[in-house]
Design a binder for this molecule. Structure first.
Ligand code: ATP
Length: 316
């Protein structure tokens, strides 16, 4: 008689590593405020090749360490989005185990590129595995949305339309890859401060925002057809004027990119990172040279989109 294999308890994991991308917003239309205080958005998210890498290992308690390749202060207390993600998972699923969480940052801090959201997304996925919860992608996205509107997109990746507060996502079909120069004049912009300034500006000029903003159909068509010039013309951000008024060097940088032959340039999210669209990699390096040579940029790098969302890279 052959002995049947017996399913024992799964071998506990000693390490899970998850990588999640940063994002830029190709368009961001801002509408009215809903009952919970959130502005209604129609935004096109685009995942780019800058990554946050989160490593989790078993521990009795929750601990956090961070290494960073970018400037900017990352909180190490309970406000850190990786720790908040871990605590949310513990609470919702009655987990008593802890974990040692390490975040390796490549996405600029407070730059409008969703680095903290990528950390939260990667931590939820990594701990769901380390703690044996094995949550489905939908459930992870729902938990992510409770932490921040950009978190579900860091899980989904590629290019997607975000409605509602940005977490109601539908994937957007794109043709080919897109090459970007990401540049920042340095400094940080607080997202709530930029939305606050946007509200003030709308009052000042007496402009009513639509209750529910509409996505840009021409931009979606440019993405579908792979038309880099059309995409460049459709880059748009309703928050841009507010970001310009809060950061004295930002408008000059966008103007410089636009007058240096870029297909288009736009402030990403609440800034101050700007996304500059190039025809190809050679063109991107040429633009990066001009922007860096101006002495007006603190950060300038060339990257591609759209890249996949959060991915497990090591589990064992
Ligand atoms: P937002 O998601 O608010 O648009 P952002 O994309 O501009 O933000 P992030 O780097 O995500 O920028 O961080 C915004 C703020 O969130 C930081 O100033 C920081 O105080 C706080 N924060 C909390 N957790 C993290 C984290 N893991 N990494 C970076 N910042 C974090």
């Amino acid at each position: 008689m052959t002995a049947l294999p017996v399913d024992g308890p799964p071998t506990p994991l000693s390490r899970v590593v998850v990588r999640a991308p940063g994002k830029i917003n190709l368009s961001l239309a801002v509408g009215g405020v809903d009952g919970r205080g959130y502005h209604q958005l129609a935004t096109v998210f685009h995942a780019v090749g800058l990554y946050e890498t989160v490593t989790v290992q078993p521990s009795d308690v929750l601990t956090l360490s961070v290494t960073s390749h970018v400037v900017g202060d990352v909180p190490l207390d309970d406000s850190n989005l990786a720790l908040r993600a871990a605590k949310l998972l513990q609470e919702r699923h009655g987990v008593t185990a802890g974990a040692a969480i390490h975040v390796d940052k490549e996405v600029p801090v407070a730059g409008g590129m969703g680095g903290g959201s990528a950390d939260a997304a990667a931590t939820l996925i990594a701990l769901s595995r380390l703690w044996g919860l094995r949550l489905a992608p939908d459930e992870l996205r729902r938990l992510g949305a409770d932490l921040g509107a950009d978190v579900p997109f860091a899980m989904l990746g590629h290019t997607a339309l975000g409605r509602g507060k940005g977490d109601d996502l539908s994937s957007v079909l794109t043709s080919g890859d897109w090459t970007w120069v990401l540049a920042s004049p340095g400094g940080h912009l607080s997202t709530p401060a930029v939305y606050g300034r946007f509200d003030e500006l709308m009052l000042e000029i007496g402009r009513e925002v639509p209750r529910i903003p509409e996505p840009d159909a021409i931009q979606l068509q440019a993405l579908r057809s792979g038309d880099v010039h059309l995409l460049g013309q459709t880059l748009h951000n309703d928050l841009q004027a507010a970001a310009f008024s809060l950061h004295e060097h930002l408008e000059d940088l966008v103007t410089l990119a636009e007058t240096s032959g870029a297909c288009g340039a736009v402030v990403s999210g609440s800034g101050p990172t700007i996304a500059v669209l190039a025809r190809d990699r050679d063109h991107a390096h040429e633009l990066a040279g001009i922007l860096s040579g101006s002495g007006r940029v603190g950060l300038c790098l060339v990257t591609e989109g759209s890249v996949p969302g959060a991915k497990v890279v090591v589990e064992g």
